[in-house]
Design a protein around this ligand. Sequence first.
Ligand SMILES: [Zn+2]
Length: 74
Amino acid sequence: MTEYEISCLGKARFLTRRDAKHRANAIRRNGGPHLRTYHCTKYCGLWHLGHPPGHATYTRETPHGPRPIQELTQ
Ligand SMILES: [Zn+2]
Protein backbone atom coordinates (compact mmCIF):
# COMPACT_ATOMS: atom_id res chain seq x y z
CA MET A 1 0.00 0.00 0.00
CA THR A 2 1.42 3.33 -0.99
CA GLU A 3 1.36 6.58 0.88
CA TYR A 4 -1.00 7.89 -1.75
CA GLU A 5 -3.46 5.07 -1.13
CA ILE A 6 -3.29 5.51 2.62
CA SER A 7 -3.44 9.26 2.78
CA CYS A 8 -5.67 10.12 -0.13
CA LEU A 9 -7.17 7.47 -2.36
CA GLY A 10 -9.33 5.61 0.13
CA LYS A 11 -10.52 8.68 1.94
CA ALA A 12 -13.48 10.94 1.71
CA ARG A 13 -12.62 14.27 0.14
CA PHE A 14 -13.95 17.63 1.23
CA LEU A 15 -13.76 20.85 -0.68
CA THR A 16 -13.16 22.98 2.36
CA ARG A 17 -11.82 22.63 5.85
CA ARG A 18 -15.22 23.62 7.10
CA ASP A 19 -16.88 20.68 5.36
CA ALA A 20 -14.28 18.29 6.71
CA LYS A 21 -14.64 19.62 10.24
CA HIS A 22 -18.38 19.37 10.04
CA ARG A 23 -18.08 15.72 9.07
CA ALA A 24 -15.51 15.03 11.79
CA ASN A 25 -17.86 16.52 14.37
CA ALA A 26 -20.74 14.41 13.10
CA ILE A 27 -18.65 11.25 13.39
CA ARG A 28 -17.66 12.17 16.89
CA ARG A 29 -21.22 12.90 17.92
CA ASN A 30 -22.15 9.43 16.79
CA GLY A 31 -19.59 7.86 19.09
CA GLY A 32 -16.82 7.67 16.54
CA PRO A 33 -13.19 8.63 16.91
CA HIS A 34 -11.90 12.15 17.00
CA LEU A 35 -10.50 12.79 13.53
CA ARG A 36 -8.27 15.57 12.41
CA THR A 37 -8.75 17.44 9.20
CA TYR A 38 -5.79 17.93 6.94
CA HIS A 39 -5.14 19.53 3.64
CA CYS A 40 -3.98 17.07 1.01
CA THR A 41 -1.48 19.37 -0.63
CA LYS A 42 0.54 16.49 -2.01
CA TYR A 43 -2.15 14.71 -3.99
CA CYS A 44 -5.69 15.86 -4.63
CA GLY A 45 -5.51 19.32 -3.07
CA LEU A 46 -8.69 18.75 -1.06
CA TRP A 47 -9.31 17.99 2.60
CA HIS A 48 -9.41 14.65 4.35
CA LEU A 49 -10.05 13.31 7.82
CA GLY A 50 -7.39 11.41 9.69
CA HIS A 51 -3.66 11.87 9.78
CA PRO A 52 -1.54 13.46 7.11
CA PRO A 53 1.07 11.37 5.29
CA GLY A 54 4.01 10.37 7.39
CA HIS A 55 2.03 9.86 10.56
CA ALA A 56 1.82 6.51 12.21
CA THR A 57 -0.23 3.82 10.58
CA TYR A 58 -0.37 0.22 11.60
CA THR A 59 -2.26 -2.91 10.74
CA ARG A 60 -5.15 -4.44 12.58
CA GLU A 61 -6.46 -7.96 12.22
CA THR A 62 -9.96 -7.96 10.83
CA PRO A 63 -12.23 -10.76 9.60
CA HIS A 64 -11.00 -9.81 6.14
CA GLY A 65 -7.32 -10.04 7.02
CA PRO A 66 -4.86 -7.48 8.28
CA ARG A 67 -5.69 -3.96 7.25
CA PRO A 68 -3.67 -0.82 7.56
CA ILE A 69 -5.50 1.60 9.79
CA GLN A 70 -4.62 5.02 10.99
CA GLU A 71 -4.02 5.85 14.57
CA LEU A 72 -7.09 7.72 15.64
CA THR A 73 -6.24 8.79 19.14
CA GLN A 74 -4.29 11.95 19.72
ZN1 LIG B 1 -6.07 13.75 -1.21
